[in-house]
Design a protein around this ligand. Structure first.
Ligand code: COA
Length: 191
């Protein structure tokens, strides 16, 4: 499950201090995507306040970046403290980058992080008519048992292993290297 990402985009975790980029991305969502992301209508201020909590303990956000701009995100949030085995996940991809495999790449990385944090139960608040999200979850049936009725999935296998920890560490290291190369490329382009 390693399809090339559109527009040469990269996936990496958001760093501390990038909550502004997360807010801007969430506020750029078109009305339908925004409605689906938050399962309802929210004011800009509420969304901005939500984005500010992205660097709290117990929250891991993986982002999809194109030319240094955050265009998609998967937010993993422990429910009831960072050591809780329950978490929820929510996805937001800006319309031009939807249906190009970005959600799949973000879910794959999020499941690895969830597993490494001992998460056993993963809730996805997804509107009943959100076929794309349901289809996306189905692609990961081997890793995630998903009950569409109760919108709660079970991460399987629930325990981390040395290999899964290593995979996350390697992915993070690639994220740092990719971000540095990306910044350098943009610097050369503007020079
Ligand atoms: C739902 C969402 C996360 C899916 O991510 P995505 O990048 O668009 O999805 P992918 O391209 O990875 O496709 C996932 C699967 O969905 C299916 N799919 C893709 N486009 C589809 C479409 N337009 N209609 C129905 N199914 C579709 C495909 O079967 C695909 O699997 P495949 O690659 O094996 O063919 C994304 O569209 C999004 O952010 N939407 C707005 C916000 C939202 O709905 N959030 C979910 C609630 S938290």
């Amino acid at each position: 499950m390693h399809e090339p990402l559109p527009d040469g985009g990269t996936v990496r975790k958001l760093w501390i201090g990038e909550t502004g980029a997360y807010r801007d991305h969430l506020l750029r969502l078109d009305p339908d995507s925004r409605h689906r992301r938050f399962s309802g209508t929210l004011a800009d201020e509420t969304i901005a306040r939500h984005a500010e909590t992205a660097d709290e303990l117990g929250v891991v956000v993986h982002g999809f970046f194109v030319d240094g701009v955050l265009r998609g995100a998967a937010e993993l949030r422990h429910i009831g403290g960072m050591f809780s085995r329950e978490a929820e996940v929510a996805f937001s991809i800006e319309a031009p980058w939807q249906s190009h495999g970005v959600g799949s790449a973000l879910l794959e990385r999020t499941l690895l992080s969830a597993r490494n944090r001992g998460v056993k139960s993963l809730a996805m608040h997804c509107l009943a008519d959100n076929r794309r999200m349901q289809q996306l979850a189905r692609k990961f049936e081997a890793d995630l048992k998903f009950d569409f009725g109760s919108v709660v999935g079970e991460v399987d296998p629930p325990r981390y292993t040395a290999l899964s920890l290593m995979r996350e560490a390697v992915a993070d290291a690639h994220g740092v290297a990719g971000a540095l190369l990306d910044a350098q490329a943009r610097l050369f382009r503007t020079a």
